[in-house]
Design a protein around this ligand. Structure first.
Ligand SMILES: [Fe+2]
Length: 378
């Protein structure tokens, strides 16, 4: 943790304590002397949410980022940031989230990674648990969405994604998609007609969520049941979506934005287009988990933590958040006051399970890998 970081966080904590003391003091005075003075308005956060990059300190210096999000999806945003800041040099290495998290663990303090950007809260939590992350500054925490970040600042959710079951509407009637994820392998009409991508970071998080919410035994049984139901394995959830569109399979658990992109893009998409794909949601179980893509600062002796923190702050800027929710990206924003694409299911209407993302992120994702291996699905 940097000294700057400690002092800013402590300042914030101290300000909070003063607030409590003064309110308590008021209450005592109120008992003695009426009328009560109006309570002071709560202080605005140091940096309000929805701030443009223009209002943030400029980025200057060099950062290496390991990105578990694909260049074809997010590369444009980083090109935009590079173009905006000529004195900022961003070196990005793209790979799968799980591979990059393991690479950082193996590299230890010699890792060139300054920032890790990933689709997997589980991977972020893993690195925090192993003491390999450094908290962001308080301004980043106050800019993000409560409940979708580590309150200690070791990881920050930058955009939201829902788990869903995508299905081909030419092949499947909506009524056969169950409301419980545990009933999915029991649907006779979907036998040998489902697909998934078990090595994808978001899928791994979905299985971790199932362990966390429903226990190891039930999760293991579900994995075995899906295997017995003939689920086909794909490398990526975009491939699962493509196979659903092609009719090769009829349904599969994926992140919501894959079917949303093909369903809503009349000009086509790199992996197909068509209106014959729909999204169904299970209720109050891991099948409807709301997860985040997020970022963390990696502890290494060479890096400039203030720059890394300001870079992550830029991911919560108005421009970056609009990038994630717009242009057919369809993610959920992580700053207050910005609405998701109106074609998306409203979060308030979804029966997402209650998941404490901080506790969730502290789950050991290696146990998820072990469980998938035990079930024979990896
Ligand atoms: Fe994805």
């Amino acid at each position: 943790m940097s000294l700057k970081n400690i002092s800013r966080r402590q300042l914030l904590a101290t300000a909070g304590s003063f607030g409590l003391i003064s309110i308590a003091g008021c209450a005592t005075q109120q008992e003695a002397a009426a009328p009560a003075p109006a309570a002071p308005a709560p202080a605005a956060p140091a940096v309000p949410a929805g701030v443009s990059m223009d209002a943030l300190p400029p980025l200057e210096g060099s950062l290496t980022m390991y990105s578990g999000r694909k260049e074809s999806l997010v590369g444009e945003l980083f090109v935009m940031i590079q173009d905006k800041y000529p004195k900022f040099d961003l070196d990005i290495r793209y790979d799968k989230s799980t591979a990059l998290a393991n690479q950082i663990r193996v590299e230890g303090k010699n890792t060139p990674a300054d920032v890790f950007y990933t689709v997997s809260t589980g991977a972020l939590g893993l690195l925090k648990n192993e003491g390999m992350t450094v908290p962001v500054n308080a301004d980043v925490i106050s800019a993000g969405r409560e409940g979708y970040l580590d309150p200690e600042g070791h990881w920050i959710g930058t955009s939201g994604r829902l788990r869903c079951i995508a299905y081909n509407t030419n092949e499947v009637d909506a009524s056969i998609i169950p409301k419980s994820i545990f009933d999915l392998p029991k649907v006779e009409a979907l036998k040998d007609k489902m697909g998934w991508a078990p090595t994808y970071g978001s899928h791994a998080d979905f299985i971790t969520c199932m362990r966390y919410l429903h226990g190891k035994e039930k999760t293991l049984q579900w994995l075995k049941d899906m295997k017995a139901a003939g689920v086909k394995t794909y490398a990526k959830e975009s491939n699962v979506t493509e196979a659903i569109l092609a009719g090769e399979i009829h349904a599969g658990p994926v992140n919501h934005y894959y079917p949303m992109r093909v369903k809503n893009d009349p000009t086509g998409h790199s992996y197909g287009s068509g209106s014959h794909i729909e999204l169904a949601f299970t209720e109050n179980d891991a099948g409807a988990f709301m997860n985040v893509a997020g970022a963390t600062i990696i502890k290494n002796p060479r890096q400039n933590y203030a720059l890394a923190s300001n870079f992550i702050r830029h991911l919560l800027s108005t421009e970056a958040q609009n990038f994630f929710i717009g242009n057919m990206k369809f993610e959920y924003p992580m700053i207050p006051g910005l609405e998701a694409d109106p074609r998306l299911p409203k979060l308030s209407e979804q029966k997402t399970p209650e998941v404490d993302l901080v506790k969730f992120a502290s789950q050991d994702i290696n146990e998820t890998v072990a469980l998938q291996e035990e079930a024979g699905v990896l």
